[in-house]
Ligand binder design. Structure first.
Ligand SMILES: *Cc1c(COP(=O)(O)O)cnc(C)c1O
Length: 396
């Protein structure tokens, strides 16, 4: 089976993790260098970083604008920080939030706007900076959990706001097993965030560290056919629920360890990954171009857009019936993904928070059409994936 996700890990990551070779500070400083920012502050999850960032910014009882087409945990962090999410539909011509709709929703109560470079496609910084100029009191937070230093016309997205957040679990473009990061060029904000972190987070134990290393090993064992079936069986029996159950539609909550400091093993993996960033992004761009070449011209699939500065956290094609495509491809040894197949304000837990007048037709359209092709693959595997996808679509 060609897996839909495969963390780009080498011996360096495993050796560093087992020896717990690097500290949290080593990881933070390597990450800050990578982002070209003065400060990087590490957390156990991206959502923990966002939660404490909102608190450090003094935002409470305010409205926070965010996309309806994003990871649900972002909305969870907003609610648990004592603020109110305001969801905005997707743009008509790309996967990101419609910035005109977002600006129209800015009012007295607005505390912040979360701009997300979803699937690694850079936020339109020309339009965003115009909004920042017209509304200087609204804090802009960049959600770079998919973007990872994506660039808009050569400008790094993460620097265009008060701060940026990153998620670093194994499904992300780069990983520290779990983990999240907040970057900023504002030293005072960084100092407040570090104080909050020291006050609220508990120390990680060596036991938790080792559990994470075992999990990393299992996750990358999915690379091999044997590991893949083992991990799949563990998912089916519920043994990995703690790791793979990302959300529950009816609940707004956080994982049990969301206030535990990122451990040394995780920090060591993250540190090693910083050195691999260029290689990871170059490979994703190359495979995206390969899929584009192999799928262009088919009437049954719209290949992912190729955009300068995009980092391709996912390769997102659009088809009429993605659910049946995923099922058919899996019988032919290709695992496809469906990120993001939900519209956050449609979740039961959020229904009461969304005004009746709000509507999200473009997000729902994306939800019903998107399908991800595996990106951590060789050229030969990419050709095989494209062949299988084309065969499945023609057969239908
Ligand atoms: C993964 C992700 C986050 C943060 O996720 P954590 O699991 O909390 O680390 C934030 N935003 C988006 C868009 C994401 O995909």
């Amino acid at each position: 089976m060609i897996p839909r996700l495969r963390p780009s890990l080498g011996a360096r990551e495993f050796v560093s993790a087992f020896l717990a070779r690097y500290s949290l500070e080593d990881f933070e400083s390597a990450f800050a260098d990578l982002a070209g920012q003065t400060e990087a502050i590490a957390f156990p999850y991206g959502r923990t970083g966002l939660l404490l960032l909102l608190e450090a910014l003094g935002l409470k009882g305010r409205e926070i604008i965010l996309p309806s087409y994003t990871c649900v945990v972002v909305a969870h962090a907003i609610v648990l920080s004592g603020n109110q999410p305001v969801f905005i539909d997707s743009a008509s011509d790309n996967f990101n939030m419609d910035l005109d709709l977002a600006e129209a929703r800015i009012g007295e109560q607005t505390g912040a706007l979360i701009a997300t470079s979803i699937h690694g496609y850079p936020v339109d910084l020309d339009r965003l900076d115009a909004i920042r100029n017209r509304h200087p009191d609204v804090v802009v937070i960049q959600d770079c959990a998919h973007g990872f230093m994506s660039q808009w016309n050569g400008h790094p997205v993460q620097k265009h706001g008060r701060a940026a957040i990153f998620g670093l679990n194994v499904s992300k473009l780069m990983t520290s097993i779990f983990g999240g990061m907040v970057t900023t060029d504002d030293c005072e904000l960084a100092a407040r965030l570090r104080e909050l972190r020291a006050a609220r987070l508990s120390q990680s134990s060596r036991f938790r560290d080792m559990k994470q290393v075992i999990y990393l090993t299992a996750a990358s064992a999915a690379l091999h056919p044997l590991g893949f079936s083992l991990v799949n069986r563990m998912i089916k029996t519920g043994a990995l629920d703690r790791f793979v159950k990302y959300y529950d539609e009816g609940k707004i909550d956080m994982p049990a360890d969301y206030l535990a400091t990122l451990g040394r093993a995780a920090a060591s993996v993250g540190y090693a990954q910083c050195g691999r960033y260029d290689e990871i992004v170059a490979a994703r761009r190359r495979i995206s171009a390969t899929y584009d070449r192999l799928l262009s011209g088919s009437p049954h699939i719209q290949p992912a857009p190729l955009v300068d500065g995009a980092t391709y956290s996912h390769y997102v094609a659009r088809v009429k019936d993605p659910v049946s495509l995923v099922a058919k491809a899996s019988t032919k040894g290709v695992e496809l993904g469906r990120v993001i197949d939900y519209c956050v304000p449609d979740f039961a837990a959020y229904r009461g928070m969304v005004p009746d007048t709000a509507d999200f037709p473009r997000t729902r359209q994306l939800n019903s059409e998107i399908v991800n092709l595996p990106l951590s693959v060789s050229e030969a595997e990419a050709e095989r994936v494209a062949d299988v996808v084309r065969a499945c679509l023609h057969a239908s």
